[in-house]
Design a binder for this molecule. Sequence first.
Ligand code: 5AD
Ligand code: SF4
Length: 439
Amino acid sequence: MTEVKKLFVKTYGCQMNVYDSERMAEALGASGYVTTDVVEDADMVLLNTCHIREKASEKLYSDLGRLRALKVAKPGMKVGVAGCVAQAEGAEILRRSPVVDLVVGPQAYHRLPQMVEAGGRLVDTDFPVEDKFSQLPERKSLRGPTAFLTAQEGCDKFCAFCVVPYTRGAEVSRPVARLLDEARGLVAQGVREITLLGQNVNAYHGAGPGGTWGLARLLRALAQIDGLARLRYTTSHPNDMEDDLIAAHGDLPQLMPYLHLPVQSGSDRILKAMNRKHSAESYLRLIERIRAARPDILLSSDFIVGFPGETDADHQATLDLIRAVGFGAAFSFKYSARPGTPAAEKSPVPAEIADARLQDLQALITAQQRAMQDAMVGREVQVLYEKPGRREGQMVGKSDHLHAVHVQHPEGRVGQLMRVRITGSSTNSLAAEPVSGPL
Ligand code: 5AD
Ligand code: SF4
């Protein structure tokens, strides 16, 4: 019997990293590793990193500092760095941080087991010709009723602030048949909701029966899988919202009425400097078309404040766009200069100005978000139970609109899709009671 070794994985950053961490743990599972939540017990620590903003990258080095003491106490422990910092910094990580044994990029992690086997301090940041997904073991971890599924990776857009095209590489779409197989496997394990992932998932163009398929066609095929009740996808670029995808929001009941569509700024001048290739006006028109197809859709976005050259007037234009759209959720960030990106060459907006703009913007978004959440009170929605709540007899899940909902339902079970009536709204979640009758 192979000796059981323990693996501790820490995931930073985006949902794709969550997906990748799961797949890396499974790949190492085949070499005898079982996962642990206790870092002190680990024989191997894997840090799956994010490079998107400076703060995210810095977390790696502070965590490595902490692991140093642990490794002194336990010299046999291996430390691996995966993800986008691994891709961006490669061997530099080994030089800077003696505790690190392995550095593996996001496109090479199927080779982790061989790297561990080989021993020594190794770096693999290749973009190999083989597709990592076809080399990885089948997904089989015990899981809840929701799962991520990577459909597309990489980005060809080259927004002036963004490292993704460099760390994740060029756009690649996985073939339709592989995705349908993986989805069927997940559903067979009890998954009822799948979120398709990609840095530019709505630019999906995978090889399928009869030619290349777009995202709308893929979603329609996934919707045919018996037992798969809900579909979502993230993240999307406004320029890739094609007519058939918008139409799918109107006529595919499994496709949830929630869309994350980053706009970054509401100023045409800044959008141009960001190389976004769309205007505030074209974004607003797109939103109108999406809402015409699916009037109750909840929109979410990403914003960057303090991009080089941003003036007060540009910032006001962003606030105007937010007022015009009405977002149910959003992520907003202070611009962070990333090495190697075109925007990093330009002089930054003073930090105190950027801080003030971020506060403004977040206050406006929070107010919109809260108003939309409060407006749900009294309405009936569908919730997919993900786990028991903290209170006795309570279940927690997500509504169609991705609101977290606490339902008082002693007979409720994980994986159940339940019709509920919203009875209250608090800062980050809704309260509800079950309603009898069919969904
Ligand atoms: N600085 C700040 N935010 C950034 N993002 C991407 N790059 C940067 C950067 N250099 C944000 C964008 C993107 C989200 C994932 O992260 O808003 O949509
Ligand atoms: Fe980065 Fe998204 Fe722009 Fe691609 S589209 S460069 S991932 S912000």
